[in-house]
Design a binder for this molecule. Structure first.
Ligand code: S3P
Length: 194
């Protein structure tokens, strides 16, 4: 279920020593940054929402309809447990992953947590279709939800990256450099790649 983006020709081959969990509000760009980072460095990546949809056999809005938010949150925690047992990879998390302390403990125990910070207004501008996001229906509610979650994002994060007004490439590069500095991501030289 994990994808291995650009494994054949990553721009800069790297080894990931621990998983990297991208967290942040809906519309922060977690999935696109995860894809860009994994392609750039030749890393495996996984999108938690897609993983949950495959396990449940239905799209997220339908999970919410049939099992409620609580049912979805149970699946989300199970997905995190499954992913924690896999090889290190870039994991893009759903925006509500920080609502359960158990999830934060799992991510901190198994990897490095990177918060992609976004305001509700920036997120609304990026989300063209809210129909796939049952919890992002109007801007006022999104602002309130983000304000409520912000302390949890900040407490969970090992690193915080600002996303406002920046390209996906610029954000992915900053994440890469920060992970290299921490020794989580190691750049391989040509001889160790062959
Ligand atoms: C949610 C965010 C969504 C998805 C679900 C709930 C949330 O993921 O997990 O709709 O509670 O913020 P994205 O952040 O990828 O949109």
């Amino acid at each position: 279920m994990a994808r291995r983006s650009g494994q054949s020709s990553p721009k800069r081959p790297h080894r990931l020593h621990r998983s990297v969990y991208l967290i942040g509000f809906m519309g922060a760009g977690k999935s696109t940054v995860a894809r860009r980072l994994s392609r750039m460095c030749g890393l495996a990546s996984i999108d938690m929402d897609s993983y949950i949809e495959r396990l449940a056999g239905m799209p997220i809005p339908q999970i919410f309809e049939e099992s409620g938010e609580e049912g979805f949150r149970r699946m989300e925690t199970q997905a995190l447990r499954d992913i924690a047992a896999m090889e290190p990879m870039v994991v893009s998390c759903g925006g509500g992953v920080v609502t359960r302390p158990e999830n934060i403990a799992l991510m901190s125990a198994h990897g490095t947590v990177v918060h992609l910070r976004v305001t509700a207004d920036q997120a609304a501008a990026r989300i063209s279709d809210t129909s796939s996001r049952p919890l992002f229906q109007d801007l006022a509610a999104a602002r309130a939800r983000l304000e409520e979650r912000l302390p949890a994002y900040e407490a969970a994060a090992d690193l915080t990256i600002e996303t406002g007004g920046r390209s996906v490439g610029a954000i992915a590069h900053e994440v890469r450099r920060a992970l290299e500095r921490r020794g989580v991501l190691e750049r391989l030289d040509a001889s160790s790649v062959a």
